[in-house]
Ligand binder design. Sequence first.
Ligand code: SF4
Length: 355
Amino acid sequence: MDLTVVDPPVRHTAVPAPRAHWQRLLADAVRDPIELCRLVGIDPAAAGPTGGFPLLVPRGFVARMRHGDPQDPLLRQVLPAVAEGQPVPGFTADPLGEGQAVAAPGLVRKYQGRALLLLTGGCAVNCRYCFRREFPYADHGAAGFPGAALEVIAADPTLQEVILSGGDPLLVDDQRLATVVEALDAIPHLRRLRIHTRLPVVLPERVTDGLLAVLGATRLTGVLVLHANHAAELDDSVATAARRLAATGTLLLNQAVLLAGVNDRVATLAALSERLLAIGVLPYYLHLLDRVRGAAHFEVGEARARDLLRGLQESLSGYAVPRLVREVPGERSKLWIHPAPAPTVGAPGSPLTSG
Ligand code: SF4
C-alpha cells in the first residue's frame, strides 16, 4: 500500500487546492484579526499581535458569535489577545513535554496501550490556548512518515488503540484518511481507533459521505472525541453532523478546556453538558489549561475548578459531569481532579448558617 499520499504533519494554515465543499469553506476562512473584528462588530483595537500563531477561523463559526460583544466566549477562543505577548513564569513552549515522547516521525507515545499518530499540523481553527501552538510539526515531516510510525505500531503488540491527532486529523481528506485507517485496520493487535477532532464543531461540512464511509468500513471500534467548550458552538449544523457520525456506530465523546472568560461558570458548563447530550455526545473530559506560552490569561486555578466541578455534580446527572483532569508530563495517565467538598452544615458560609 502506498502511504506516501499522507501529508507529513507540518503546521500550516493554508489548505491544498480546494476540491470538496468543506475544503473551499476552509480556504475562505478568516485569517485577518481586523477582518474578524469587523465581522463581529467590535473595535479592532481589541486584537493583539498573532505572534507565530496565526489567526484562523471558519466563517460558519464566526456566525455563531454574538455581534458587538468583545467578550463573546467563541470570539475569545480565537482572537489574539494583547495579553498573549506578555511572558508569564511557568508558561512554556512545550508544557506537556511531548518532545520527549516522540517514538518515530509523527508518532507520540505517552500512555500504556495507546499511541498518538499526528497526521497533520494543520487545523481548521487556531485556538489561542492550544498546548501544541508551538509544537515543532516541521520536525515530524521527515522522510519516513507515516511508514516508520506504522512499523512501530505494528511491531508492538501491547498497543490496542491508535489515536489520530494533529493538528486536526480530519483536515486530511477522505482518500488519505482511508489509506491510514486501512493500514491500521490490517494490524491485528489493534482494537480501537480514536480520532481527536474539532472539525465537526467548527466546520461541520467536513462530515462528508466519504468520511462516514471510512468510519463505517473499519473493523476497529471507533471513538470520536470532539472538542467544544461552550454550548453556543453547537448549533443545528453541528447537531446534524454529530447524528450522522453516530449513525456509523462511532462513540461520540467531548473534551473541553476550562477557560477563564469562556466557560468558567457552573451554569455555562452545565449548559454545555446539556447541549452535548441533546446532540448525542457524552461529556468526557474537562481539562485544566496546559500552561503553554501566551495562554496565561485563560487559566482557571485548581481550587476554583474544584468548586465548579462540585457545582456541576450538584446540578447534573452523573453521566453529564465530565472528568476534571490535568495532564502532567511524565505521569502514566492524566490526573483526575476531585470536586471541592460541600460546605459542612452549620459551618460559616453554609446555606444553613447564612440566614
Ligand atoms: S483544534 Fe485542537 S489542535 Fe487545533 S488549534 Fe485548536 S486545540 Fe489546538
